[in-house]
Structures are given as structure tokens and as C-alpha cells.
Ligand binder design. Structure first.
Ligand SMILES: Cc1ncc(COP(=O)(O)O)c(C=O)c1O
Length: 429
């Protein structure tokens, strides 16, 4: 196939050439040449039930017969109202649900909401954001402005000139001390700037695309306490972490905190359609709704797309019905056991696992890139980037598939040491 379309984080034409996929069902991608690849990353951790799940296909089909899309300005529909209610049930602290069409836009909405809240409260000077180093919140301008400028967006560093960046917390979910997590430095920053700060945005527990790192719940708890003390809103970006990925429905539920604003996307539709939501506390929606201009100033054309909302309703019902937690726990146990064997390899820097996320940090990007063709030759699709080989598989793989994925990944990582020299660097996400 001749590729005319531009691919993410790539040149045109793309290098290396993308694989041509003709269909995707269950946990497999079928290539144009008839080969099949077991997908280890579920399309950037969205397709948590595998591809083309019949329940989701049926939900979209039925909805398309009734109503595919209507403008959300001045009109509403049952699929959106039901989804808003369901999300409010899952996160009672943030019952006001604003739909948008992608994760990045959900973050834009969160930032605008935080600023409009402080305008409504008579503190318009509170308009800066605090964010974590190694954080990633999307590729649009506002989302980039709170993402680590030294990671994927170096060409656009001016986007983040007003953001206050805090060093990323120490690695490790299990580390229960905050001694070296610079809490005092954060408080010093808050003392100096809190009158200018609207919100602190972070990915709870799992820093995804910018770090592939986990951190301890007590850190999140400490940040919430500081935000309360200095009147700073807390935005939890759960676009990557939501819907069970780290072993809790939402990752912030690893500790007893609630966010002021919660961003959701990715697995919301089980990987079928693009949809995101920015959920806020009633305090925020009331302040914005009751003070001039008495409305929130945002409204995407495809807001609350009915097909996507119907799919999300079916996806969340599927999640409720499937007993997801034992499945995610099983991934965590099996990955911990099987991937830990890689720790002793000299070309592997670290191995870490939480929920259905497994990360093998290699000593170099070349080594990580070498893993992809080796895994592909054994029928497995991985997409390493930077120094990370990572797994974010569908929750629903059977034991034979889990075994194939973990054995192939382990073998490919071990063999990578021999092939590194022949590989060109592949840093694309
Ligand atoms: C934590 C986080 N926030 C925001 C985004 C952006 O989402 P989208 O790619 O749907 O715009 C991502 C995407 O990877 C993400 O991981």
C-alpha cells in the first residue's frame, strides 16, 4: 500500500514504513499479507476488551439506526445523559460532566475550567498551572503547556513558559516514604506563587507517555493536602490511568483523595471511538454557572457524539459485568513473575509493573527499538519508544495469549542485546 497519510510523530512518508492492517478482532491485528500479530499494547491502552467486541459493535450499530450525531448546543440525547450519570456515579466528587472528542481537548477544557472558576471567584490573577516533570497531557497547545517540555515537545517549549514544573516523584509504587519526593520544595513553590496558581495537573500514580513510571499513593495524598492548604485546584488526568489500568477503577482511588477536576478518555469507549470527558466538582460548575458570563466558554462541534456515548455506555457496563479487577490483578502477578527475570540482564535498566502495565526500561533507545522487529517475527506487536519496552494488553486475553505475549516479549528483550548494533533509533511514540 502506498501511504499518503501522515502518521503520528513521524515524517511523510513515515519511517519505518507502517504495517498495513486489514482487520482487528479479539486480541489480534491481521496484516495485509495474511499474518497475524498479538497486540501487546491494545492500541495505546484503549482496547481493554480486545478489538471489535460484539457488545460494543452492537451498541454502535443500534445507536446508528436511531441517531448518530446531533449538535449538543440546544439539543440533548439519552446516550449522553446516561453516560454523564454513570460517570458521576463512578466519581461522585466530580458530578458535572463536560464531553469532548479527545484526551487532549479534555485537558484543554480542564485548564479553561480551572481559570474560569477562579475568575468566577473573583481571583482572575490565579491563572498559572503547576505540573510534574515527565508528565504528558496531550499534543494540543494548552495540553503541551503543562507537559514536560523536555520530553516530546521540545520544538514548542514556549508553550510552557508560564507553567511551574515540579520534579517528578521518586520512582516506585511501593515506596511509602515521601522523604525524597521534595514535598517541602513544592510547599515552598506554593507559598511563593499560590496567588497566581489556578491548578496543579498530574497523572495519578502512573506517569504514562512521558515517563512510564509509577509513584506512591502517599505522594498524591500529600499533593492534595498542599493544594487544599494553598487554595489550588487539583486536576487528575486519568486519560491513561482510568478504568482499571492500575488496579483501581481510577488511579487516584489508590489513596483517599478526590480531584476537583477529572479528565477521562482513551478506554472510555473500549478503544472503539474517540470520546473524552472533563468532570468537575459541583463547586466549580456552580461558580462558573452563577457568575458572569454564567456559562462555560467551550463547545466542540462533535461534543457528546451519540455513537461514541452509546459505545461508552456499553463499554462501562461491560467493565462492570466482567469482574475486571481479578483480570488486572492476574496481569500484574504474571507480569511481575515473568518480566522480573529480565532484571538481571546487563542491557536492562529496570523492570516495573502495576496493574496491566509492564515496563522494561532498556539501557538505550537502540536496544528498545531492537525489540520491536524481534517480537514481530514471533507474532507479537509491541511499540517501544525512548528506552521503554512496555505492555498494556487487553484485560481479556486468555492464558495461552498471556503466555505467548510474555514469553515473546521476554525472549525479544534478551535477544535485543545481540541485534542492537544493526538498528536505527526509533523514538516515535
Ligand atoms: C495522560 C494523558 N493525557 C492526555 C492524553 C491525550 O489524549 P489524546 O491522544 O486522546 O488527545 C494522553 C494520551 O496519551 C495521555 O496519556
Amino acid at each position: 500500500m502506498q501511504h499518503k497519510a501522515w502518521h503520528p510523530y513521524n515524517s511523510l512518508p513515515a519511517h519505518p514504513k507502517p504495517l498495513d492492517i486489514v482487520s482487528a478482532t479479539g486480541h489480534n491485528l491481521r496484516l495485509a499479507n495474511g499474518d497475524s500479530l498479538l497486540d501487546g499494547i491494545a492500541s495505546w491502552w484503549t482496547a481493554i476488551f480486545g478489538y471489535n467486541h460484539p457488545v460494543l459493535v452492537e451498541a454502535i450499530t443500534q445507536q446508528s439506526k436511531q441517531l448518530s450525531h446531533i449538535m449538543f448546543g440546544g439539543l440533548s440525547h439519552p446516550a449522553a445523559e446516561a453516560l454523564a450519570e454513570k460517570l458521576a456515579q463512578q466519581s461522585p466528587a466530580t458530578p458535572s460532566v463536560f464531553f469532548s472528542d479527545s484526551g487532549s481537548v479534555a485537558v484543554e477544557v480542564a485548564l479553561k475550567m480551572a481559570r474560569q472558576y477562579w475568575q468566577a471567584e473573583g481571583a482572575p490573577e490565579k491563572k498559572r498551572f503547576v505540573a510534574l516533570r515527565n508528565g504528558y497531557h496531550g499534543d494540543t497547545w494548552g495540553a503541551m503547556s503543562v507537559s514536560d517540555p523536555d520530553s516530546l515537545h521540545q520544538q514548542f517549549r514556549d508553550a510552557s513558559q508560564h507553567t511551574l514544573f515540579i520534579d517528578a516523584p521518586n520512582y516506585g509504587f511501593e515506596n511509602h516514604t515521601n522523604n525524597d519526593c521534595n514535598i517541602q520544595a513544592i510547599e515552598a513553590c506554593f507559598i511563593q506563587y499560590h496567588q497566581q496558581i489556578a491548578a496543579f495537573i498530574l497523572e495519578p500514580i502512573w506517569q504514562g507517555a512521558g515517563a512510564m513510571n509509577f509513584y506512591q499513593p502517599s505522594y498524591l495524598h500529600a499533593i492534595r493536602t498542599l493544594c487544599d492548604r494553598y487554595q489550588i485546584l487539583l486536576i487528575c488526568d486519568e486519560i491513561a490511568t482510568g478504568f482499571g489500568k492500575t488496579g483501581r477503577y481510577f488511579a487516584h482511588q489508590h489513596t483517599q483523595i478526590t480531584p476537583d477536576i477529572l479528565c477521562l478518555g482513551k478506554a472510555l469507549t473500549g478503544g472503539m471511538l474517540t470520546l473524552a470527558a472533563t468532570c468537575s466538582s459541583k463547586k466549580i460548575s456552580d461558580a462558573i454557572s452563577q457568575n458572569q458570563p454564567k456559562r462555560f466558554m467551550h463547545g466542540p462541534t462533535y461534543m457528546a457524539n451519540a455513537l461514541a456515548c452509546a459505545c461508552a455506555n456499553a463499554s462501562l457496563a461491560l467493565l462492570d459485568d466482567m469482574d475486571w479487577q481479578p483480570k488486572v490483578n492476574q496481569w500484574q502477578q504474571e507480569m511481575t513473575t515473568k518480566l522480573q527475570t529480565l532484571r538481571t540482564a546487563a542491557h536492562v535498566k529496570d523492570v516495573r509493573v502495576l496493574g496491566h502495565v509492564g515496563v522494561i526500561e532498556m539501557q538505550s533507545p537502540q536496544l528498545a527499538a531492537s525489540v520491536q522487529p524481534l517480537a514481530q517475527a514471533q507474532g507479537v506487536w509491541l511499540r517501544p519508544f525512548g528506552t521503554w519496552v512496555y505492555l498494556t494488553p487487553a484485560y481479556t486475553m486468555n492464558s495461552a495469549e498471556r503466555e505467548q505475549l510474555l514469553t515473546t516479549t521476554t525472549d525479544a528483550v534478551l535477544k535485543a542485546a545481540d541485534t542492537e548494533a544493526n538498528n536505527s533509533i526509533m523514538t516515535s511514540i
